[in-house]
Design a protein around this ligand. Structure first.
Ligand code: UGA
Length: 359
């Protein structure tokens, strides 16, 4: 049987690099990787089943030939860091809607199976989070379970530009869905719920600039003896997912086209829901147990959102994935508890940045 060719657009990002690592281990796919950078996939470059092309995937004409050779197209390249949503919203919309729209049209025209990465952000806030009075505070957690094909998508006002990303992602999902119904585009949409693990983001001033996502913000604080900062007190919640669990889900999607096509999947771990304050406390506990001699701030501080993100920031108060569909159709279930992810990831970052700072 002919080996399947998979085009991974954004192969050197956090998710892309873990995905390429795993697909190469499977030894049954040929991978065409496209990215502007290659630092996170250096280890894959010599592999005989991998070819890397340093190109800007936002310009489809630059990589159309490469995409055309492949059977499956995995679309990962995008600005996906909240600090940008309200500060450079036009670039965010360009990166998450205008540019990938061309790719969707290309996949429809050339009959490619598009596996598109959307986001859990498109669920926005809970009704309670926007002040809805029809949900009782004490209601069971089931009301918060977000089903792919049932949950409403509740974003904030246009002036809260935090939602530029979620709105762009949502519109692209609607376009993909419409191409599926009107043009028979073969697609799968993945909504990731806060994937975390080694290689995520950067540490400001060392291998990047600006504000990374919360995991790297807290690691930065721990490594360099700064206080962990809780935006607006840290009562907002997230359900964190181990990157290894997430990659298992993607492999199950790729290998079960008859079950995965024409579907939207939440990929997340509802058992790993925690407040951001709880996350900070857990990371402090793990770091202290691993490195008792390091001087750290053991009490997180509260800061207003505007201090970290600027004007126009807004937040999701809670988002818990309903993963019944992925469990039933893909036979996938996340297995890694939050404590284990954090333990493993903190050790990775400490080793990595100790070496980087010593070099
Ligand atoms: C992220 C990003 O939008 C996307 O990368 C992704 O699509 C999506 O979530 C997802 O993976 O589901 P968010 O969860 O808000 O959004 O990203 P973080 O920057 O990791 O923030 C999580 C929470 O921690 C937010 O409430 C933020 O305000 C808070 N935070 C962040 C702090 O309290 N302190 C910090 O230092 C940084």
């Amino acid at each position: 049987m002919k080996m399947k060719k998979i085009c991974v657009i954004g192969c050197s990002g956090f998710i892309g690099s873990h995905l390429v690592d795993r697909l190469l281990k499977e030894n049954r796919f040929y991978i065409v990787g496209i990215d502007k950078a290659c630092d996170k996939i250096q280890q894959c470059i010599p592999h005989p089943l991998f070819e890397f092309h340093k190109k800007d995937a936002a310009v489809l004409s630059e990589c159309a030939d490469l995409v055309q050779q492949c059977d499956i197209v995995i679309s990962l390249a995008a600005i996906c860091n909240p600090v940008h949503y309200n500060t450079i919203p036009l670039e965010v919309i360009q990166s998450n809607f205008t540019a990938p729209l061309q790719l969707v049209q290309f996949c429809a025209a050339y009959d490619k199976w598009l596996i598109h990465f959307s986001t859990s952000e498109i669920y926005g806030k809970t009704i309670q989070g926007i002040g809805g009075s029809n949900i009782k505070k004490s209601a069971s957690s089931e009301i918060y379970l977000l089903g792919e094909d049932t949950a409403p998508l509740i974003l904030g006002p246009v002036s809260a530009q935090r939602w530029s990303y979620a709105a762009a992602k949502q519109l692209l999902e609607r376009v993909i869905f419409a191409y599926g119904t009107e043009n028979k585009l073969r697609y799968t949409i993945i909504r990731p719920f806060n994937f975390i693990g080694p290689r995520m983001d950067f540490i400001p001033g060392i291998d990047g600039e600006g504000v990374p996502r919360v995991l790297a913000c807290f690691i930065d604080a721990l490594l360099f003896g700064k206080p962990l900062q809780l935006v607006n007190g840290g009562s907002q919640k997230r359900a964190f997912t181990a990157i290894d669990d997430a990659i298992d889900a993607i492999v199950k999607i790729i290998t079960q086209p008859h079950r995965a096509q024409q579907q939207i999947f939440n990929i997340g771990n509802p058992d790993n829901e925690i407040t951001i304050r709880g996350l900070a406390e857990q990371m402090i506990t793990i770091y202290t147990s691993l490195y008792p001699d390091m001087k750290i701030h053991t009490t997180p501080i509260t800061i207003p959102a505007e201090q970290l993100y600027g004007k126009g920031y807004d937040d999701s108060d809670r988002r818990v994935p309903d993963i019944t569909k992925a469990q039933q159709l893909l036979k996938w279930k996340p297995t890694v508890p939050l404590y284990d992810i954090l333990y493993h990831t903190i050790r990775y970052y400490k080793d990595y940045y100790d070496k980087a700072c010593a070099a």
